[in-house]
Design a protein. Structure first.
Length: 199
């Protein structure tokens, strides 16, 4: 299979972490999103990353589909089938939601000053703050759910790394349990191998 993605997308990073943890062979094609006349645009009509093209040639568009497909492949399952499934999928969405808010904040900040809507930046920041507090209130130890590594850890980990990339601020002081969990999860080979480029 072929994964199209940029090196700085939290959704791409989450999918790459899962591929690494499952040790699944794939071709990673580095592509910035939304460019006309690129291999990515030809593969994915929406021009978004990540985009996954299966060996059959079938396209899967969204990282939510990618993780379900990849986890259905043989090997360890990172989306449990038991009752913890819903807790894991909820953390997955929390991570996605944080990433969505940080992307929206960044795009608003990139508009020319006269076109910027300050309320929108504040609104996205408050979403992230509340989601961080939600995490802080629920984190108990090494893993977010099921007492083992799951998609939950991959999604929130990718989202927090995206905060550090696009909205540098001291969240660690206010959310120490989340910070301790994050520092630990970042030591995994799958996280180290997919870290965002420096600078
Ligand atoms: N819900 C999508 C979000 C993907 C997404 O928004 N990717 C961004 C890069 S981080 C993108 O491709 N943006 C370009 C665009 O929306 O045209 C997913 O989980 O795959």
């Amino acid at each position: 299979m072929k994964l199209y993605g940029s090196l700085t997308s939290p959704y791409v990073r989450k999918v790459r972490i899962l591929l690494a943890e499952k040790n699944i062979q794939h071709e990673f094609i580095v592509s910035p999103p939304a460019m006309d006349n690129t291999e990515l645009a030809a593969a994915n009509p929406l021009g978004k990353v990540p985009a996954l093209v299966l060996d059959s040639g079938e396209l899967l568009i969204d990282s939510g589909l990618h993780v379900e497909y990849i986890d259905s492949l043989p090997g360890e399952k990172f989306i449990p089938a038991d009752d913890s499934r819903w807790v894991v999928l909820n953390w997955h969405e929390l991570g996605n939601g944080i990433s969505d808010a940080v992307v929206a904040r960044m795009l608003e900040g990139r508009r020319t000053p006269e076109c910027q809507v300050a309320d929108n930046i504040k609104k996205q920041e408050m979403k992230v703050e509340r989601a961080m507090q939600y995490s802080e209130d629920r984190i108990r130890g090494e893993f977010l759910a099921a007492n083992r590594l799951t998609l939950a850890d991959m999604s929130l980990g990718a989202a927090l790394s995206y905060i550090d990339l696009r909205w540098v601020h001291d969240w660690r002081g206010r959310f120490p349990k989340t910070a301790a969990w994050y520092e630990n999860i970042c030591q995994r080979d799958s996280f180290l191998a997919t870290a965002f480029p420096e600078g």
